[in-house]
Design a protein around this ligand. Sequence first.
Ligand SMILES: CC(C)(COP(=O)(O)OP(=O)(O)OC[C@H]1O[C@@H](n2cnc3c(N)ncnc32)[C@H](O)[C@@H]1OP(=O)(O)O)[C@@H](O)C(=O)NCCC(=O)NCCS
Length: 163
Amino acid sequence: MEEARAEAVIAPADEPDRPLIEGILRNTGLFKDSEIQVALEILDVYLYQDGQEDYQFYMASTDGRVAGYVCFGPNAVTEGTFELYWIAVDPLFQGRSVGRKLMEKAEKEALGRGGRMMCVETSSRDDYEPTRSFYQHLGYGAEARVADYYAPGDDKIIFVKRF
Ligand SMILES: CC(C)(COP(=O)(O)OP(=O)(O)OC[C@H]1O[C@@H](n2cnc3c(N)ncnc32)[C@H](O)[C@@H]1OP(=O)(O)O)[C@@H](O)C(=O)NCCC(=O)NCCS
């Protein structure tokens, strides 16, 4: 018989989530130290800069355990374009619709704030293939590619979903 699994609960991130977010980023095994540093710098803006509206962070918990998080926000120099800056699900919880729920939350919030589209940038590397498939599965199209952006042979691909 298949094990019953609780649906992920989504809630805004708070200070105690900081080490948990760092743990999730490390556990994925995908991100370099410099990338984790940037992810935490953005988190600190969200946590400690009063009145900022550039970044929103949401946590996903399953059975009371933190499973993943998403970070997104409006691009201030556009009219209604939102950026999905980061999404990560702990490997223990991947493949259980946690990522989908986080993406749906980000899209709903963006739409509620007048968003027209969500953009997400990712790498062309082989180890990002599952990530690209995930975005495509959720209705994102690869609309642009910048060759050698991250490193020689490592292109940036911009995925877009229009609401
Ligand atoms: C990418 C990631 C966020 C996906 O999260 P997840 O919780 O494992 O994904 P879900 O279980 O919610 O999958 C949602 C849907 O996408 C589909 N999907 C997931 N990975 C897929 C893949 N590699 N190929 C095709 N479809 C895929 C699932 O089948 C599911 O479909 P359904 O809802 O119609 O049944 C997660 O794997 C992760 O954290 N990866 C490492 C970090 C990363 O790449 N972050 C993004 C770069 S910033």
